[in-house]
Design a protein around this ligand. Sequence first.
Ligand SMILES: O=C(O)c1cc(C(=O)O)c2c(n1)C(=O)C(=O)c1cc(C(=O)O)[nH]c1-2
Length: 571
Amino acid sequence: MGVPAMADNHADGSAGGPSMAELMNDANSTGDVLSYGMGPWQQRYSALNKVNTQTVRRLVPVYAASLGGEKQRGQESQPIVYDGTIYVTGSYSRLFAFDAKTGEKKWEYNARLPDGIMPCCDVVNRGAAIHGDKIIFATLDAHLVALNRNTGKVIWNKEVGDYKAGYSATAAPIIVKDMVITGNSGGEFGIVGAVQARDVNTGELIWNRPTIEGHMGSLRGQDNGITGKTNATWEGDLWKTGGGATWLGGTYDPGTNLLYFGTGNPAPWNSHLRPGDNLYTSSTLAIDADTGKIKWHYQTTPHDGWDFDGVNEFIPFDAKIGGKDMKLGAKADRNGYFYVLDRTNGKFIGAHKFVMQTTWADGIDQKTGRPNFTKDGRPGAPDGADKGKVVFSSPSFLGGKNWMPMAYSQDTGLFYVPSNDWGMDIWNEPIAYKKGAAYLGAGFTIKPIADDHIGALRAMNPKTGKIVWEYKNPAPLWGGVLSTGGNLVFTGTPEGYLKAFDAKTGQELWKFNTGSGVVGSPITWEDGGEQYVAVMSGWGGAVPLWGGEVAKTFKDISQGGSLWVFKLYNQ
Ligand SMILES: O=C(O)c1cc(C(=O)O)c2c(n1)C(=O)C(=O)c1cc(C(=O)O)[nH]c1-2
């Protein structure tokens, strides 16, 4: 075990660990993985090319490190690698430090969770953030905990929301300008979504930005303006419990100093109870990192009635469009459309369908960027105490794509989108808000819509919206994607495989079965001249809980909880 870094010998306060400059350079440094998404833009691209289309068939496991215990549930974590240690979060709010070369456990932290936590969609966590001597993660009782990265001892522990009111937290935090920035979960309980920035050294709140119009933001203990304009797009008091959870965290663009956070569904799901666009739910928000003020917003699903959370990652990328260099961002939304926006001002550039079917909208108006809603796509209003008209809707509420992050390759200029083709019967029911109780007012059953697949990894050209290739998978895809300079794309499957594809053609080149479903996000780094690939294995997340007929089909997938690390066999 390393010696705890007690003294702060770094002028920048990073206390013997990664500094802000190193964190901002994460996308270019191949010897470590310091942030969720592998860099502030979270493109999940590594230039490493020792493992490539020629050599990948020699990729073999170095070790598998078990998280142990009985808590074998969805392992959605992306590992962090720094200074010979690999850090992973596990289900039930656990954080582990392993020797990156051998898989030997250095320490383990188990958050003591109260009874009565209310995560909607499994006891998951998607990863930690590292800064200086600290490794920081969010816990299911809506706390943020900073541990000493060498010892696992708690440095600070702060509440980000009241778990008794339905708040929880599952996202990986991000570090920007010595602040740790996080979202919150609880959209199914009528909480109010927010983005919070805290001092990374103390955990003290610097600013708070609620996502629902009418709520007051704060900056260093002072009021800092209301979000939007009260009652402009919400009627009565509904905005007070309006949802819009920021449950997937966000990305950051150092060039514009903007944080891009997606917001979840409006609460309740029954849209007839809340006429209006319901800003800023199901949207992308661009937030000034210094002040917490919203600079622009773009709503993908106005007046959502299908649980089309807009939380999916908004990934900055640069491209030439019509001969002009553009600063863009892309998002594959849960509603089935792939959006490209100007990331400096939120201007709509284009949106294209990336799934088989969208019943709720017939395309996106290419001028206004608003969906062309279909006439019969919305589930009906309840009739007194009776449920309203049932409609078949596609995508299902679990989305054309859910939280599992896509990757962008700087070599091919393509986005690799882990998507799902499925639909649902959905209907509305009467509902009233009650603190700490589910606030849906809807019922649903998810169903397959194709004979041969649900999951589809799709390579999208962001300039044309064209799907260049697709790989179809029987079970829903629920893991993150990694792209590399070896012309490879990696992703996992619920059937247990980590797979590698040719980034240009989609040809499957390699697979390895990890013994449980892969719903984590793979990473790669190099050490001692060798390239490593790592991924978490452990089936879970929303599908087995909410997947209806689809969950029944895949009920035999074994639970698990292991970190797998691979490198090339050299003999
Ligand atoms: O509105 C929310 O607060 C919220 C939170 C979460 C979460 O924190 O995991 C999910 C969802 N919604 C959700 O709608 C959803 O489909 C979902 C899937 C998963 C998962 O980890 O598999 N989490 C969540």
